[in-house]
Write a protein that binds this ligand. Structure first.
Ligand code: 13P
Length: 263
């Protein structure tokens, strides 16, 4: 794969943490921590994925203070509108200035029975609404033992992209289930091998251009102490961070990975 110009994306998935007041305080503090550290915003894109109930408050703050963070949501409905109690449509999210939406996170696959078909329908719903789907895939410890690291995530990604047009803007997040919240991250070379395999899936499901421009993130126990080693890998274009995104100094240090990549 040629040398690319993919802008790294550091994304914080807050999961079901931080109410709207805590969200505002966290985003403000993150912004000032990065500013105080002299962080220049252009070379890395930062995105936060708060719970739905926080999004309007975070949007208002980001707009008012011109904070250069992208806003993401953690899920959306596969439907555009109608009698779907409790669901949130892509159009509602777009209206709130949301750019990204996580789809198929392993916690939704596990606790909400989200199948590959539902994930595919949600990817299409996100694209219809003008959102960028962040397609989450990853193998369990059992899958790893039985099939190796790339087979299950590659299959999940191919199914998520079924019927998606090659010109679509998507992000892929490789999150081995065994690495999420465990403190046991994949090794950089494991992450690289799977991310490279996923890029091949992008080439066959979409096209070569999509494979070259699409960002593939690693997620699972990313911290300030290991981010640089992942970002040195050619096919890892950023990180989807859970627990460490709730700790402002830690997340700011992850965003500033260029300071310790040493290249
Ligand atoms: P941790 O960073 O807490 O392992 O979570 C990763 C994750 O699930 C991000 O979506």
């Amino acid at each position: 794969m040629a040398v690319t110009t993919r802008t790294p994306l550091i994304a914080g998935n807050w999961k079901m943490n931080l109410d709207h007041l805590q969200a505002v305080a966290t985003v403000q503090k993150l912004h000032w921590t990065l500013k105080d550290a002299g962080h220049e915003g252009d070379s890395v894109e930062v995105a936060v994925f708060p719970p739905f109930t926080d999004i309007r408050s975070v949007q208002t703050l980001i707009d008012a203070d011109k904070i250069p963070f992208a806003l993401g949501a953690q899920d959306l409905s596969a439907h555009d509108s109608g009698a779907y109690t409790g669901e949130v449509s892509g159009a509602f999210l777009t209206k709130l200035g949301v750019k990204y939406v996580l789809i198929g996170h392993s916690e939704r696959r596990e606790y909400h029975a989200e199948s590959d078909e539902i994930v595919n329908a949600k990817v299409k719903a996100a694209i219809r609404s003008g959102l960028v789907p962040v397609i989450c895939i990853g193998e369990t410890a059992e899958d790893l033992e039985r099939f190796g690291a790339s087979a299950v995530p590659a299959d999940q990604l191919a199914k998520a992209l079924d019927g998606v047009s090659a010109s679509s803007d998507v992000v892929v997040a490789y999150e081995p289930v065994w690495a999420i919240g465990s403190g046991q991250a994949a090794t950089p070379s494991q992450a690289q091998d799977v991310c490279a395999a996923l890029r091949k899936v992008l080439a066959s499901a979409l096209d070569e251009d999509a494979a070259a421009r699409t960002r593939v993130l690693y997620g699972g126990s990313v911290k300030s102490g290991n981010i640089a080693s992942f970002m040195r890998e050619p096919d890892v274009d950023g990180a989807l961070v859970g627990g460490a995104s709730l700790v402002v100094d830690e997340f700011a240090a992850i965003v500033r990975f260029e300071k310790h990549v040493g290249v």
